[in-house]
Structure formats: structure tokens, C-alpha cells
Ligand binder design. Structure first.
Ligand SMILES: Nc1ncnc2c1ncn2[C@@H]1O[C@H](COP(=O)(O)OP(=O)(O)O)[C@@H](O)[C@H]1O
Ligand SMILES: [Mg+2]
Length: 499
């Protein structure tokens, strides 16, 4: 045999080859929690620290500028010494003190030649060279301010005294509290980050421990199922969350599989039992037939009778085989068609198949068709099969000389076919049981059968989204009678577009 062609360089594929294992649930949960708390803190720090610094600085500056504006009139009201025309020392000191309180800044007053006419007594500031600013303020007549490091220097031209000269009032305010405030907040963030990480780790540990323990239990249950089969017990997780739901779904799947398995066992056991009896009887008949055909004691009359019996038995077997085939198809969930079918016409066609048998038994089949066509969405083959099952029972069970009736009708969103007879009906206690597989009722009328017809009929009806039920009362001819109704969803079909 030639070797299969392979792409150059392509490694041969093997089943169960080693796949790279992804990290488990626990490291992933930890990573997610840590990452999310780190990102949250980083974003919060970015969003808070820089605006906080900016805000504190601008608040400091505003305090200085507001104080200057508020003091302007106070400066203008300072009295001047008549001899020199310079501001009176006492008043100047009081006004400057007020300005200092308002602005929180050190205040110096310079004259036009930049000579100091007032300077703070306790000059504790390392005052930068502010002469250039004072000069510019005096020259331009407009306030000048600069921020050097943490120090705000504002030089303001200010008229002192009514009609007095203009002086430069220089304010120096230290804004280093801004940096310390930002620093404090930064430290707080770092502490918060440490606490946040700690909590995230603890939470992650607690969460993953319980989650993993519960998942582990579920995995163990799945393994048990593999080892011990469908009877392995599952510990139900009572909690109302996703893992609890998963465990419950798992348990209900197991229960369903177990039920199916049991049904399959029962079906195979009953089916083989049911097959064995008619086969043994057929075998016996054929053996006797062989005896009858022995040339030494040839009995043609008996042989003919036995041949008829054998044929009858083989017919029964073939009908059982076809029922079993139907059931196995239904169990394999072979899909049914869904198309518009006219039920009246279908009943008429199926009833025609039974005409001869009915006549032999002296039974009249009455096919009642409504004035309007009765359309249903269904599988025509399946519906014909159900009507056949119902007519077969009715004609076999109803007394000779009676009437069997089929009727199709639509009511609202449903279409239905009813098959009724004037036979003995079905006793109350058997009404549901007769729809089970291999269950025959006391009213089977001595006919041969395997109790599969109604089970097949109901299964088919359910699979088409409808139902097959037994209703009380029959045609009203005195006897209790039986009335089976097949209900299907109605189809809306325009008469001229009918298929
Ligand atoms: N028209 C009917 N009247 C009275 N009993 C019925 C009628 N149809 C069905 N039954 C009861 O339901 C049982 C089950 O029917 P079915 O599933 O078709 O199996 P089978 O025909 O092989 O007995 C019958 O044995 C009979 O007792
Ligand atoms: Mg039957």
C-alpha cells in the first residue's frame, strides 16, 4: 500500500497528542482580581492627584489676587505725611497687616525707585529677587505674578493715599502645602493599594477554594459516571447559582439517560419475548405441515389448513416487525415532515383500504367530510399511519353490523380527525395504559395483536406537535363505543393555492 502523502515539514497528527495546558482557574482569578484592583487604583490616582494639585495651587493664587483687589481701596485711603508726601507709617502698617491676613502672604512695599518703604518685621522667607517684577509692574501699571517652585510672587502697582504716588506692593506666598497635601494623598493611595491587593488576594483565595471544591465534586461525579455507569450517585449541589444549576442539569441528564436505558432494556426484552412466541408457534405449524405432506400419510386437507395458519402467523410476525421498526425509528428520533395536508381526503383514502375487511365483518365505514377542506400541518405518512391504526382497531373490535365513523374538522388553531365506533369502548382504568407499548386492553376482542398500535400512534402525534387521545362516548348508538381523536395544528391554506 502506498504511504499517504504528507505536506513537507508537517508533523504527523496523533490522537491525544500533548496540548499546552492553560493556567488553571485559581491563577486566572487571582490575576484578574489583582489586575482590576491595580488598574482601578492607577486610574483613580491619575484622575485625582494631578487635578488636586492644580486645584490647590489655583486656590492659593486666587486667595492672593482676591486679597489684593479687596485691599486696593484700603491703600487709597491711607493718609500721607504733609511734609514728605509719603504714606503715614502707622496706617500703612495696619493696611499691610490686613492684606497679609487676607492673603496669607508676606507683603513688601517698594517705591518707584525700588526703595523699600515697608518690609515685614520677621522676614522669614527666602524671598527671591522680586525687583524685576516690581519694576515691570510699576512700568506697565499692571500686576505681574510668577510661580517659582512652590513660591507665588505677585507684584501689584498700588496707589497709596488719595492722589498719592503709585507703589509696588509685592506679595510672596509659599504654596508648599500643596506639595505636602499631594504627597499625603499619594501615600494614602499606596496604602489603599496595598490593602486592596491584600483583600483581592484573600477574596480570590476564598472564592477559588469554594468554586474549585464544587467543580472538583462535579468532575468526580462525571468520572464516577464513566467508571460505574448510569447508577453512580451524584451529590446534589443545593446552591442556587451557576454551578448548582450545572450539577442539577447533570443529575437530570443522568436520570433521563437512566430512564432511556431502562426503557431500552425493557423494550428489547419484551420485543424478543413477543417475537419468540409467534416464531415458536410458526415453527410448530410448519413441523405439522411437514408431517401432513409425508407421502406415507399424505393429508392435503389438513396441509392446506396448516398453510393458511402458517401464512396468518407469518403475517402477524411481519406486522410485528414493521411495528418494531416504526418504534425504533421513533426512538432514533427520525424527523417527520411538516407540510399542509387535507385531512378529509386523507381519511377517505385510508378508509378505502379497509373497505373489503369492513365488508367481510359487516361493518360500514362512514367517512364524514366537512363542507370546507380541513388542512393541518403534519407528515402525511404519519397521519395515514395513525388513521390506519385507529381504523384497524375499530373494525376489529366493533360488533358486526355496526358503523365506524371518521370525521375531520377544524376548530381554531387546531385540526382534528376523530375515529369512533359502537364497540364495547375502553374501561376507565385502561384508558391510559392502552397507549403504552405492548399493552393490550381487555376489549381487544380476541384479535391478534401486540399492543403497539396506539403507542406508535401517540408517539407520532406528539412528534408532530399534536396529541392522540381517547374520548368518552361514540356515535350515540347505545353501546359505550370508543372515540379516538388525533389533534394537529391547523394550516392556513388558500383554496386556489392548495398544493
Ligand atoms: N376502538 C377500540 N375500542 C375498544 N378498545 C380499543 C379500541 N382501540 C383500541 N382498543 C384497546 O386498546 C388496546 C391497544 O390497542 P393497540 O395499541 O392498537 O394494540 P392491539 O391492537 O395490538 O391490541 C387494544 O388491545 C384494545 O384493548
Ligand atoms: Mg391495534
Amino acid at each position: 500500500m502506498s504511504k499517504p502523502a504528507r505536506l513537507p515539514g508537517a508533523a504527523p497528527r496523533r490522537f491525544g497528542g500533548t496540548r499546552r495546558r492553560v493556567p488553571g482557574l485559581r491563577p486566572r482569578v487571582f490575576a484578574a482580581l489583582l489586575l482590576s484592583s491595580a488598574v482601578t487604583l492607577a486610574v483613580a490616582a491619575l484622575a485625582l492627584l494631578s487635578p488636586l494639585e492644580h486645584r490647590l495651587r489655583s486656590d492659593g493664587e486666587t486667595a492672593v489676587f482676591t486679597a489684593i483687589a479687596a485691599s486696593r481701596s484700603d491703600f487709597a485711603e491711607i493718609g500721607l505725611t504733609r511734609a514728605t508726601g509719603t504714606p503715614s507709617n502707622g496706617e500703612l502698617a495696619a493696611t499691610v497687616a490686613l492684606l497679609r491676613r487676607r492673603s496669607g502672604a508676606q507683603v513688601t512695599v517698594l517705591d518707584r525707585r525700588l526703595g523699600t518703604i515697608y518690609s515685614p518685621a520677621n522676614q522669614d522667607l527666602d524671598v527671591p529677587d522680586y525687583y524685576a517684577q516690581a519694576r515691570r509692574a510699576l512700568r506697565t501699571g499692571r500686576g505681574v505674578h510668577t510661580l517659582v517652585g512652590d513660591e507665588l510672587v505677585a507684584a501689584e502697582p498700588m496707589q497709596i493715599g488719595e492722589n498719592g504716588a503709585t507703589y509696588a506692593v509685592v506679595l510672596v506666598r509659599r504654596l508648599q502645602y500643596v506639595s505636602s497635601a499631594v504627597h499625603v494623598v499619594q501615600n494614602a493611595f499606596i496604602e489603599a493599594a496595598a490593602v486592596g491587593f491584600g483583600i483581592a488576594l484573600l477574596l480570590g483565595l476564598a472564592l477559588t477554594t469554594t468554586l474549585l471544591r464544587r467543580l472538583e465534586r462535579l468532575r468526580e461525579a462525571a468520572r464516577e459516571l464513566e467508571r460505574r455507569g448510569l447508577d453512580a450517585p451524584i451529590h446534589l449541589d443545593e446552591r442556587r447559582d451557576e454551578i448548582g444549576d450545572l450539577t442539577r442539569a447533570f443529575a437530570s441528564m443522568q436520570a433521563r439517560l437512566r430512564r432511556q436505558e431502562e426503557a431500552r432494556h425493557a423494550f428489547v426484552a419484551t420485543a424478543s419475548h413477543e417475537l419468540r412466541t409467534p416464531l415458536a408457534s410458526l415453527d410448530g405449524t410448519l413441523e405439522l405441515l411437514e408431517d401432513d405432506l409425508d407421502p406415507r400419510r399424505l393429508d392435503l386437507e389438513d396441509a392446506r389448513e396448516r398453510t393458511l395458519r402458517a401464512r396468518e402467523q407469518s403475517r402477524r410476525l411481519s406486522s410485528l416487525a414493521s411495528d418494531l421498526l416504526d418504534l425504533s425509528r421513533l426512538d432514533a428520533e427520525v424527523s417527520l415532515r411538516a407540510e399542509p395536508v387535507e385531512l378529509g381526503e386523507l381519511c377517505r383514502a385510508v378508509a378505502a383500504e379497509f373497505e373489503r375487511r369492513a365488508a367481510e365483518r359487516g361493518i360500514q365505514i362512514d367517512v364524514r367530510q366537512p363542507s370546507q377542506a380541513c388542512w393541518a400541518t403534519c407528515d402525511p405518512g404519519a397521519v395515514a399511519r395513525i388513521v390506519r391504526i385507529l381504523l384497524d382497531n375499530a373494525i376489529g373490535i366493533a360488533p358486526s353490523g355496526s358503523r365506524v365513523q371518521t370525521q375531520s374538522a377544524t376548530d381554531g388553531s387546531w385540526a382534528r380527525v376523530t375515529v369512533s365506533d359502537d364497540g364495547p369502548g375502553v374501561p376507565e382504568r385502561e384508558r391510559e395504559r392502552i397507549f403504552e407499548r405492548f399493552q393490550r386492553g381487555s376489549t381487544s376482542g380476541g384479535r391478534s395483536g401486540f399492543g403497539l398500535g396506539l403507542a406508535i400512534g401517540r408517539e407520532l402525534a406528539t412528534r408532530m406537535g399534536g396529541s392522540l387521545t381517547l374520548l368518552d362516548g361514540a356515535t350515540g348508538a347505545g353501546a359505550p363505543g370508543a372515540r379516538f381523536t388525533l389533534r394537529l395544528s391547523a394550516a392556513r391554506v388558500e383554496e386556489d393555492s392548495a398544493p
